[in-house]
Design a protein around this ligand. Structure first.
Ligand SMILES: [Zn+2]
Ligand SMILES: [Zn+2]
Length: 420
């Protein structure tokens, strides 16, 4: 059966008005469709957002999020594809587990879920996981990370980088020297001293990034740096890119907007890994996104059940929700502040992440391609509260944010609509 839809009076990112036709899940330019017409005046069409860094918690931590609720949360944030980090239980370190995650995502059909495989068995940093088997599985995993943990062994990092070269894979590093961050709670500096909380020095991130870009250069392989959070990290990545090293980097919306000052009242909502840093770091991260040193914005959506966040600071889990607010927060940090124009922001949140991960069905609005897109109202505000996630650790709770995601479409099917 042929299913066709036509959306008229849409705005595109250049500010013009367009109409689009969808047939059997693909964008078409056919004009004589017999179809439902929907007038979308005022809404802007963007390619579905793509996240390189999401925690969906299933299998093992379904009290925090599931692949279903995570997909619904992603769709509500305008995402059509997310990369699921492997720190589940069991860890996604075998072909069996990545396939299970991938198939569950496909079964729900709300957002494409692409599992990231663990680099090492159990993400314990002791021996390489079955990287090849995960890549050749139905999940076709191409990105590998021990996220949550840093892969601190230089020899394993070297071997992993060598290993993924044959299939153009990517090693994504959570850069945190474990010895420099034992019991660390907040950014190391004046505020950590005043609060009496163990500091988390910038050098713990920077030292690992410096080592890893050199390893990536040595073996000529692809390295991706997760959640860059310091001005020093930006300088190292900028230097590495200038040398032609194959490194890409991401920054989270929260590191683009929030600073360490928010931890002063010991509210664990602002406890995150890496920690919120200084205003100077925030400015360096924004500039790095403008000049391309940082390639993409990734959410690091990290849901936690209420008992893991509503407790004493030291006992609380690290992490914040991010999928539903990502577009709004990034827009506020980068476009409202006039640092980049809107099309550039969408490039950082859709086009470029799809390129890095090789998600060919995402990141573009093009005749002949699957109709994965989002309709957005850039003129309206909303008050942040988590609506789809199973968890409620939203650092923007109650804050008025710009930009409303009105509807999200996956392969031509409306998978989310703000009006129900
Ligand atoms: Zn991480
Ligand atoms: Zn993470």
């Amino acid at each position: 059966m042929s299913i066709s839809t036509r959306l008229i009076n849409l705005r595109n990112l250049e500010g013009g008005y367009i109409s689009i036709s969808i047939e059997n899940g693909y964008f078409t330019n056919s004009n004589n469709l017999t179809s439902n017409e929907e007038d979308c005046s005022g809404l802007t069409i963007i390619p579905g957002l793509v996240d390189l860094h999401t925690h969906l918690r299933e299998p093992g931590f379904e009290d925090a999020e599931t692949i279903l609720t995570g997909s619904q949360t992603a769709a509500a944030g305008g995402f059509t594809a997310v990369s699921a980090m492997p720190n589940t239980d069991p860890i996604a370190d075998t072909a069996g587990v990545v396939e299970q995650i991938y198939r569950l995502g496909q079964t729900h059909g709300i957002c494409d879920v692409f599992p990231i495989g663990a680099i090492t068995v159990g993400s314990r940093g002791e021996q390489l996981a079955e990287i090849r088997a995960m890549n050749t599985s139905a999940a076709q995993t191409r990105i590998f990370s021990d996220d949550g943990n840093c892969l601190s062994s230089a020899i394993l990092m070297r071997r992993a980088l060598e290993y993924v070269k044959s299939f153009d894979g990517v090693i994504a590093q959570h850069a945190q020297d474990p010895q420099l961050t034992v019991d660390s709670q907040v950014n190391e500096g004046v505020i950590s001293s005043r609060l009496g909380l163990k500091g988390w020095p910038a050098v713990a991130e920077e030292a690992i990034i410096a080592r890893d870009v050199l390893l990536a250069e040595h073996v000529k392989s692809r390295l991706h740096i997760c959640h860059v959070s310091t001005a020093g990290s930006v300088e190292i990545i900028r230097w590495a890119k200038a040398r032609g090293i194959q490194v890409t980097a991401e920054v989270t919306p929260h590191h683009l907007l929030l600073t360490e000052d928010l931890v002063e009242n010991y509210d664990p909502l602002f406890k995150v890994n890496p920690p919120l840093r200084t205003q100077r770091d925030v400015e360096a991260l924004r500039s790095a996104l403008v000049d391309g040193t940082i390639d993409v914005i990734a959410t690091d959506h990290a849901p936690h059940p209420i008992e893991r966040k509503e407790c004493e600071w030291a006992n609380a889990a690290f992490g914040m929700l991010g999928l539903e607010s990502a577009l709004s927060v990034s827009f506020k940090a980068m476009v409202e502040s006039k640092l980049i124009p809107l099309p550039k922001l969408i490039e950082k949140m859709s086009v470029r992440p799809a390129e890095i991960a090789g998600y060919k069905d995402h990141g573009s609005i093009e005749v002949g391609k699957p109709a994965n897109f989002t309709l957005v109202n850039f003129e309206k505000n909303w008050v942040s509260r988590p609506r789809m996630s199973k968890s409620s650790n939203d650092p923007y709770l109650g804050m008025t944010l710009p930009v409303i995601v009105q509807a999200t479409y996956l392969r031509g099917r409306k998978v989310y609509s703000r009006n129900g």
